[in-house]
Design a protein around this ligand. Sequence first.
Ligand code: AMP
Ligand code: MG
Length: 328
Amino acid sequence: MIALGIEGTAWSLSVGVVDEKDVIVLESDPYVPESGGIHPREAAQHHSERMGPLLKRVFLKLGERGIEPEDIDVVAFSQGPGMGPCLRVVATAARVLALKLKKPLVGVNHCLAHVEVGRWKCGVKNPVTLYVSGGNSQVIARRGRRYRVFGETLDIGVGNAIDKLARHMGLKHPGGPRIERLAREGKRYYELPYVVKGMDFSFSGLVTAAKKLYDSGVRKEDVAFSFQETAFAMLTEVTERALAYLGLDEVLIAGGVGANARLREMLSIMCEDRGAKFHAPPRELMGDNGAMIAYTGLLMYRHGIGTTLEESFVRPDFRIEEVEVVWD
Ligand code: AMP
Ligand code: MG
């Protein structure tokens, strides 16, 4: 069985094609803001201009592998959560494609897709997932037929927090890799607000304090280092607590911030201390990508789940808990 999946909840416009075993084609055309952060309408404009050429490229690559458009069994799309204008472009493209190919449509929860692609590619059964991206930061684990969010950000996602700090320090978007590079040269740790409330965390006070630190003349490298140490320790603490409460022994990282080597190191050390195992999917499947949508769509379709045209409206606030999980 073959699924095509379209992702485009924010900056990443990406189309993936998968079968049960592997990713067959993954092509992306990301939106990169000229200045500042992601502007929803500009991103949507980008997606609608590039969708056609991107799909063409995907079908060309499929053709090279001897796969025809008719061979696709199901068309999946990220239905939410995400930016409304972007989601509408994706949903429209998916509807047109499904109608044209006369194939069923499946609307996929974006957060669920991050978890499922990680389970698939890392061979993990029941992990605590730390999902850290631009817009989202959540600690997720499955309980019966639902995924539950055990802890999450009370304000902005950690990736967004990093990007805001980076912008303030005159760095280009996305700030994540640039902050990481600077942090490696950090020598001195400055204390910053460490905010964990119960199982939740918050980053906006941390960003404000880090910006002030930079404005006071502290070296960029030390600001980046202090920020990362504080933010990632918060995330690691909550992930560890979820492991302990739930009695689980596997951690999966998901989302673009998962590319950060220091965050991975902290999580690995924590896991080692507890006798747990740390898993990270390959880079290209960790940030927002079409293959995770295709794979999750395939999984859902194989379990009898589909989305009618009437049900295919966008869901900007779609929560992972809303999905009934009928597969193993
Ligand atoms: P996503 O929304 O999952 O695609 O992730 C995008 C976010 O990941 C952006 O906020 C990036 O700044 C962030 N990011 C990417 N690479 C890194 C990195 N190496 N360290 C920290 N954050 C990163
Ligand atoms: Mg994401």
